[in-house]
Design a protein around this ligand. Structure first.
Ligand code: HEM
Length: 583
């Protein structure tokens, strides 16, 4: 009944409106000529349409704002149940916290409020920190998205791509294909490459030394870059004349990437931004160049291989099946095509994934190598024991050009321990963009909140790592062979092998300890972990076999890395020297 009345009312209103229009048009037609009349009619119509548009926009904006306000209220009411300090002002705690002291602030808060703590960084920005390993594990499995800032930094620098994007849905497939390539064929090749890579690195290191400016950070960066480049692009990379320019560009971009991504509206009006974009474009051209070179070499070797194969068949010889006849050329092309560049959507930048992996891989691997070098030069006895282990393992090996790093337990344990105490990346960050995250403890973290793990606190927690948690002790990852039955239960990785390089020692899997987090964990964990540990260990096996690494006398880094209450710090990068073993 009511609806009939409403329908009738609206019909009357519409009829009235039309009638009034007609009436007014009638009066007008008596006074004005027909042209003026149609002009007025048009103007009325435009005004009416414009008003309608304004109303619709106003309603849409109000709805959006209301939605946002509703979300904020919902977040505030949900966050009330999470322990944490009260908000000091409308702006939250953001003014009180700098990037450097956040870990210290979180350390104090965890002591006061427990394993889960909230902190308002602004009226709409909620940060939730966790320091209990089991809770962290659960959160890293459930919260699948990365912070939008991370995705924006990669997008701005390398264009749209399907890796390092905030949403898990968008990266899932690419992560899987890259992991298959990295942990499959590339790991198989890892033992073969580093001999050549060491030569290439040492050539550059000698150049640095001759120029007189030479510190640990520079070597680490160059080692990481060469290791990653040669593994991804094969031998072509080692002979590529533009490699140095590529390395410099990557590092220049790394310096500014987060700064430009921190603008919520891309600052097209800033000159500096365009300079930055120019660097990114240069990097894109260089990436295209190396990919093209790889493809050219691939085709050339494929052609050569076919001819060789035909010759062998004609001569009645069988080519050894599975022999890497053109190692380092055939496979990289496959990596690009399948792991990184297969099934690209039309919107994706063709080299975006390659640049992203080179960028992330170089920065993180530089950190690991830097830490490892500092540990080795500040622990010369450990270095000698690793050297003895390398020689012992090499003597038992048939293939002279391959490193059997799987058997070099002390070396691998040293890489794990250096990764555990990595000073870089103090916070592991996650969020869930669409859904709330409910944890087993009963706490629900609202969608959009930033969830962080203060990695340095977790990695130095006595309850996970023992009394010496803050000390550098690779032996924690080694256990005595006879204690094998204990080892199964010993998931904390508090190893007990005393004799380094002892073949009877067992290497514990660092991932057995949920507090081992340098590569993250869960749904967005690093897919390069296995590959990078194997690669860095193989590189160091080759390097230490030929060179002893020492601190330059009088270098500022002669004392050991230190802890200031909660933050582990490496002292300024020390100057180091490589001394040939047989000289
Ligand atoms: C020492 C070296 C490295 C360290 C310390 C490191 C660390 C990390 C960390 C902490 C994450 C985020 C994990 C999380 O949120 O749970 C990550 C993600 C990732 N890393 Fe690494 N990484 C290293 C080397 C590499 C290398 C060499 C590659 C590839 C060749 C690689 C590929 C990736 C990818 C593809 C992701 C995930 C991206 C995503 O899901 O959006 N990483 N890495």
């Amino acid at each position: 009944m009511k609806s009939c009345e409403t329908a009738a009312l609206s019909t009357i209103t519409t009829t009235d409106f039309l009638a009034s229009l007609l009436q007014s048009s009638k009066t007008k037609s008596e006074t004005c000529d027909s042209q003026e009349f149609s002009h007025h009619l048009l103007m009325d119509f435009v005004t009416w349409e414009f008003n309608a548009f304004l109303w619709v926009s106003l309603i849409a904006v109000t709805a959006l704002l209301l939605r946002k306000v509703f979300k904020v209220f919902r977040a505030w009411s949900q966050a009330r149940k999470i322990p944490g300090p009260p908000c000091p002002s409308f702006y939250g705690h953001s003014k009180l916290i700098s990037r450097e002291n956040l870990t210290e602030v979180l350390s104090v808060l965890h002591k006061k409020y427990g394993s889960i703590v909230k902190l308002w960084l602004g009226p709409t920005q909620l940060l939730v920190s966790m320091n209990d390993p089991e809770l962290i594990k659960e959160m890293l499995l459930k919260a699948e998205d990365k912070l939008p800032l991370t995705g924006r930094a990669f997008h701005l620098a390398f264009g749209p791509s399907s890796l390092f994007v905030s949403s898990f849905e968008k990266v899932q497939r690419r992560r899987e294909s890259l992991a298959t390539e990295l942990n499959g064929r590339l790991i198989e090749r890892a033992p073969v490459i580093p001999t050549k890579v060491v030569d290439c690195i040492m050539e550059r290191v000698n150049k640095f030394m001759a120029e007189g400016n030479f510190d640990c950070k520079m070597v680490s960066q160059h080692m990481a870059f060469t290791l990653l480049g040669s593994t991804l692009f094969g031998d072509t990379f080692l002979a590529w004349s533009k490699a140095t320019a590529y390395e410099e560009l990557l590092m220049m971009i790394a310096k500014d990437a987060c700064f430009w991504a921190s603008y919520s509206v891309t600052p097209y009006w800033k000159q500096g931004f365009w300079r930055y974009q120019h660097l990114c474009t240069k990097l894109k051209f260089l990436t295209q160049d190396i990919v093209q070179q790889c493809r050219k070499n691939y085709k050339f070797f494929l052609h050569k291989d076919e001819n060789l194969h035909n010759e062998n068949v004609n001569m009645g010889m069988e080519s050894a099946s599975g022999a890497p006849s053109c190692s380092g050329v055939e496979m990289p092309d496959n990596l690009f095509l399948r792991g990184l560049n297969g099934h690209l959507s039309a919107r994706e930048e063709p080299c975006g994934n390659i640049m992203g992996v080179m960028f992330h891989g170089c920065l993180t691997t530089t950190g690991l190598i830097d830490n490892l070098l500092v540990r080795l030069v500040t622990h010369p006895k450990l270095q000698e024991k690793i050297y003895a282990e390398i020689i012992m393992t090499r003597n038992g090996s048939m293939k002279q050009d391959q490193q059997c790093v799987d058997k070099m337990h002390l070396l691998l344990a040293t890489v794990y321990e250096s990764a555990r105490l990595l000073p870089s990346g103090p916070l592991l960050q996650r969020c869930s963009l669409k859904h709330d995250t409910s944890l087993k403890t009963g706490v629900t973290i609202p969608a959009g909140a930033v969830m962080v793990v203060p990695v340095q606190l977790v990695q130095m927690d006595d309850s996970s790592w023992g009394q010496d948690a803050s000390e550098f002790n690779p032996y924690r990852f080694l256990s005595k062979a006879e204690n094998r039955s204990d080892l199964v239960l010993d998931t904390s990785c508090r190893g007990n092998a005393e004799k380094p390089g002892d073949s009877s020692s067992i290497l514990n899997d660092p991932n057995n300890n949920v507090a081992f987090l340098p590569f993250g964990s869960g749904t967005r964990a690093c897919v390069g972990q296995k590959f990078v540990i194997q690669g860095v260990a193989t590189l160091f096996a080759s390097l230490l076999e030929q060179y002893e690494i020492r601190l330059e006398s009088g270098s500022k880094g002669e004392s050991e890395p230190t802890m200031n209450d909660t933050i582990f710090q490496l002292l300024p990068s020390p100057d180091i020297v490589f001394v040939r073993r047989n000289s």
